[in-house]
Ligand binder design. Structure first.
Ligand code: SAM
Ligand code: SF4
Length: 510
């Protein structure tokens, strides 16, 4: 087979953006970020009275998305007691939609070649300290095996933006990840990735259709900052310099049939209150144009990256306290949307923020290229598990999946590796409708129990198993008592599936 000819990167950059795939989503030539309006809403909703805030909280509890003026009012609360009420309500809202579940995933960095110049990122093209590498499909399978060996079932594959790792490479890598099937002695497939999400650059509709056909789960693109002047400053060159190409990446994905999309902000680049408003406007515009908002929102905080002064010295770095506040406001503003907290956060603060309504997190993450395999090699050679792989930025939580799951179980939360919604066609507007009516959560509860049972059987340490069994026993009792499950034969079906898993079958869901 002859190798595919890769275009010169400088030439390639010039042909990525398709202007007509931006213009078609503009309204009267304008995008959905009106900075003047956002600033006005933030300044006009200062010192909100308590009753107004409580009315807004009630609206969140009714699982209704907030209007920008309402989110602006929440962002302006100064009374510490009122913040406590807001934190409590955020958790209540999360419980109502998602119960006490937390979904785990692992990132897989496939390549770090990049044509862009993002001032906060270790992968930017000017960074000569970064060793560039593209994993081969065999290496991707090896990395996947290492991730699967921890017990993960969901992965997010991550890529720089470069002609050598453009859409065809991404499609091949997705297939390579799905191809890994680890079998137990009796031949049952017990280890595999059942959902591959991707975090990659914005693409054209034609390329997104290819990704969809390759079976991606969620397509995640962070806007980084909604503040246009800041965006320009921190993305001085490359494809990423085009704000609107990125702003409409998820619109194009929806149009291409990828109906689970995810956004986020890299907090620390601009004023955090402004960014929360930007995220809300993004969700509103997706809802307006496609009937469904983002599946998840992430709020990564910028952490130190090699050779990036900005990542260490930005005047907009967000404190722990404000990060907790913004996470709670996101939960309250888009009550039915998944909220992801990443391993960039240190364990203590992560634990604190999860309590205000996060639904997903990564664990045992390694963000160097080839880092999972290298860590295993080092362990085998008794040299610890620290790798020499250069990372894109710094992680705050490097604990094992087992340790993080145990901590969650001690907090009364159940870990879920459920991927059923996606495989049963409960995605996009279907899943959003079910989440809004708090129905999806009920299916998820059953599937969380089934996948947690699998994890405890196959991967948990004795300590984690002991705490996990207590959580499972409580969940099983609740399921038995809930009227919803008594309808039809849902409860019987669940019990049958649970027993089948206890007897060694795997990947059974409702
Ligand atoms: N190249 C693709 C892009 O930029 O969309 C995706 C991959 S990039 C490796 C994934 C995300 O990492 C970026 O969207 C950015 O938000 C985040 N990131 C970059 N530098 C960071 C830093 N110093 N601290 C925390 N997160 C960072
Ligand atoms: Fe490249 Fe993404 Fe890093 Fe920017 S954030 S330099 S686009 S990998």
């Amino acid at each position: 087979m002859c190798a595919k000819k890769i275009m010169n990167p400088d030439e390639w950059v010039k042909q990525v953006v398709k202007q007509e795939e931006i213009d078609k989503y503009l309204i009267d030539g304008k995008d959905f970020i009106d900075e003047e309006l956002i600033n006005k809403q933030l300044s006009e909703n200062k010192d909100p009275d308590k009753q107004k805030i409580r009315d807004i909280l009630q609206k969140s509890l009714n699982i209704e998305r907030l209007e920008p003026e309402e989110t602006a009012a929440l962002l302006n609360v100064t009374d510490p007691k009122m913040w406590e009420e807001m934190f409590e309500m955020a958790l209540k809202v999360k419980r109502k939609v998602y119960d006490n579940r937390i979904v785990f995933f692992a990132p897989l960095y496939c390549a770090n070649l990049c044509v862009n110049s993002c001032k906060y990122c270790g992968f930017r093209k000017e960074n000569k300290e970064e060793k560039r590498r593209i994993l081969t499909m065999d290496e991707i399978r090896e990395e996947t095996k290492a991730v699967v060996a921890e017990g993960h079932k969901r992965m997010i594959a991550v890529y720089g933006e470069h002609p050598s790792t453009a859409v065809d490479y991404i499609c091949d890598s997705i297939k390579a990840i799905y191809s890994v099937k680890e079998k137990s002695k009796d031949g049952t497939v017990s280890g595999e990735i059942r959902r591959v999400n991707i975090n990659a650059a914005p693409m054209s509709i034609a390329d997104l259709k290819k990704l969809n056909a390759a079976g991606i789960g969620t397509y995640q693109v962070f806007q980084e900052t909604y503040h246009k002047e800041t965006y320009k400053k921190v993305h001085p060159a490359g494809v990423k310099a085009n704000y609107r190409w990125r702003l409409y990446a998820l619109h194009r994905a929806m149009e291409a049939g990828v109906d689970d999309v995810a956004t986020g902000v890299l907090f620390g680049l601009a004023n955090w209150r402004f960014e929360v408003m930007g995220l809300l406007y993004h969700a509103i515009d997706l809802e307006r144009q496609f009937g469904v908002g983002p599946h998840t929102i992430s709020f990564p905080r910028m952490t130190p990256a090699i050779g990036s002064d900005l990542s260490k010295e930005s005047k907009f770095l967000v404190s722990d306290e404000n990060t907790k506040k913004l996470a709670a406001i996101l939960r309250l503003s888009v009550p039915y949307t998944g909220i992801i907290i990443t391993a960039r956060e240190e364990p203590e603060i992560k634990k604190e923020i999860i309590k205000v309504g996060c639904t997903q997190t990564d664990a045992s993450s390694r963000i160097g290229i080839g880092a999972y395999t290298e860590a295993l090699k080092k362990l085998a050679e008794h040299q610890g598990d620290q790798t020499d792989c250069k990372q894109q930025f710094t992680l705050g939580d490097t604990r094992s999946l087992d340790a993080v799951i145990r901590e969650m179980a001690e907090m009364g939360m159940i870990t879920s590796f459920c991927t059923a919604g996606y495989r049963c066609g409960r995605t996009g507007d279907k899943i959003m409708g079910l989440l809004k009516s708090c129905t999806e959560g009920k299916f998820c509860k059953l599937n969380a129990v089934l996948t947690f049972r699998e994890y405890l059987e196959d991967y948990a340490s004795a300590e984690t198993k002991a705490v996990g069994e207590k959580v499972l026993a409580k969940e099983l009792k609740e399921i038995e008592a809930m009227e919803f499950y008594k309808k039809g034969n849902l409860l019987e079906k669940f019990k049958e599936n649970y027993n089948r898993i206890c007897n060694g079958e795997r990947d059974i869901f409702i």
